[in-house]
Design a protein around this ligand. Sequence first.
Ligand SMILES: NC(=O)c1ccc[n+]([C@@H]2O[C@H](COP(=O)([O-])OP(=O)(O)OC[C@H]3O[C@@H](n4cnc5c(N)ncnc54)[C@H](O)[C@@H]3O)[C@@H](O)[C@H]2O)c1
Ligand SMILES: O=C(O)[C@H](O)CO
Length: 349
Amino acid sequence: MLQPVVDADAQLRHIAAMVDARKCPNPRVIVTRELPNATMDRLEALFDTVNNRADLAMSREQLAEAMAYCDVLVPTVVDAIDAELIAAAGDRLKLIANFGAGVNHIDLKAARARGIIVTNTPGVLTEDTADMTMALIVSVPRRLAEGEKLVRSGEWKGWSPGGMLGHRIGGKALGIVGMGRIGQAVARRARAFGLSIHYHNRHRLPKVVEAELQAQWHPNLDEMLANVDILTIHTPRNADSENLISAERIGLLRPHVYLINASRGGIVDEDAMIEALEAGSLAGAGLDVWTHEPMIDPRLLALPNVVMTPHMGSATFEGRLATGERVMTNIRMWADGHRPPDQVLEGWI
Ligand SMILES: NC(=O)c1ccc[n+]([C@@H]2O[C@H](COP(=O)([O-])OP(=O)(O)OC[C@H]3O[C@@H](n4cnc5c(N)ncnc54)[C@H](O)[C@@H]3O)[C@@H](O)[C@H]2O)c1
Ligand SMILES: O=C(O)[C@H](O)CO
């Protein structure tokens, strides 16, 4: 008779002990930046939390100190959690529960090498960011910022047939690069504005979703770029999307095209985009994110056909509270010994 290779009871005891070891009933949580009061209060009620109650990002030294003494770090997009900081983190640090969807400021590979789980907050910011993107899609061709500036200047002389003419968006072709949550939410809005939807994504969407969005898949990004009137970017910034909209690809866009980016700086070659705008080979841009945030290339400030917002795509009171809840769910699930629902893995985001 075959003998079992391992004693099943012993194996179960071993698994139970491992789960217990992972349970962390009252983890020390350090939050790097002031969050909504309700979120900070709940974090303090639920965990052994140290909130940074200042609306100032931590210095690198403060981050290193925090990472030496906590079980869970709650950073935001402005905290560069690079390989060096992760390598120097204390043994206690087991979870980085990011307050936000994008995690390009965290070195996922280095975190995995140290056995540190990283989570984000997908879904709760989707509609707000799509609203802001849609606002940029409308604002740039219709010259909203220029019009607002004219009224404020006191220089407006009244209505005229040729005054403030822009371009209609209805009937135009919208190209969406990155058709995930936000890309799809933008597509829904854009359909209502009469735009036709074209998309390029790492994976093709299920036929039923394509049908609902009336979206046409373009496996070849270059081919899509050469045929759209408005281009909007919604991929995360990752190894594959870095400089995805390169100088060469900007060169494929027709001169009447508007480029919108509410995803991340670094995906679009900002220098090449500015040169195209200055040369008139790109009609305009709507930008919520920047290559060197919060520094803005001064050449952009001089361009009237660029609408600029300060990384505020997800900035709603409701969205911030929901983001906080998502962070707490991830911490609670992890502390109870489960896999947190929003774990992100390098190569999957
Ligand atoms: N401006 C803001 O305030 C704000 C707010 C929220 C999110 N964001 C940004 O938006 C990004 C997208 O968020 P989401 O919730 O839609 O993410 P998501 O994961 O739901 O969707 C991303 C999509 O991009 C695709 N993708 C990834 N890399 C690609 C590549 N190289 N080429 C083509 N497709 C690629 C993925 O397959 C996925 O379908 C976030 O990562 C974040 O950087 C910005
Ligand atoms: O990615 C996000 O959630 C926003 O850009 C803020 O981090």
